[in-house]
Ligand binder design. Sequence first.
Ligand code: E4P
Length: 214
Amino acid sequence: MDLYIDTANLDEIKQANDLGVLDGVTTNPSLIAKEKTDYAKRLAEICKIVPGPVSAEVIALDYEGMMKEGHAHAKIADNIVVKLPCTVDGLRACKAFSDEGIKTNLTLCFQPLQALMVAKAGAYLVSPFIGRVDDIAEDGMDLILKIRQIYDNYGYETKLLAASIRHTKHLVECALAGADVATVPFNVIQQMLKHPLTDQGLEKFVADYKKAFG
Ligand code: E4P
């Protein structure tokens, strides 16, 4: 499973990238707004740190606006993936960008048929939002399982990117369900190597070594 970080914070991106296992970055307008910096400048900065796919979302809601913004984003760096919403206009823009050879990430996916449609339009990534589905007392993981099944039934090549991940249990379940990618907030990435028994075990190894060998 590929691991992306879901942030526009450069410090977090650098720290995650230093782990040596980071495959890409997802951003969205809210995440970039939080950084209080220029939108395009921040995308360029991220692309310089991480060579893998960096999702850059459009703000426009209409097809023409999406095409204009998407083309501008795509010029920022070779690893930009244009992020579009799972709407009628987003689907049209997805097809047009795919035909041009520009990669897309179709975001705000909340039901399996959105994922089916964007795969038909050649999306590179689809982003079902697990956490936000859980937030409304439904089952985010069920969405992942359904999309996996549909993509496997027909051999769609769109990568299933599990988004809106809130905790490590989501991540374990995504890996078991066969998500191709998980995009993860920095605080959850930090938890991925943690276990109290690892810490206790190490403490004992070091203590025993010191007792025996000084
Ligand atoms: C995905 O690309 C989105 O940026 C993100 O995962 C949304 O997560 P949230 O629901 O925690 O805002």
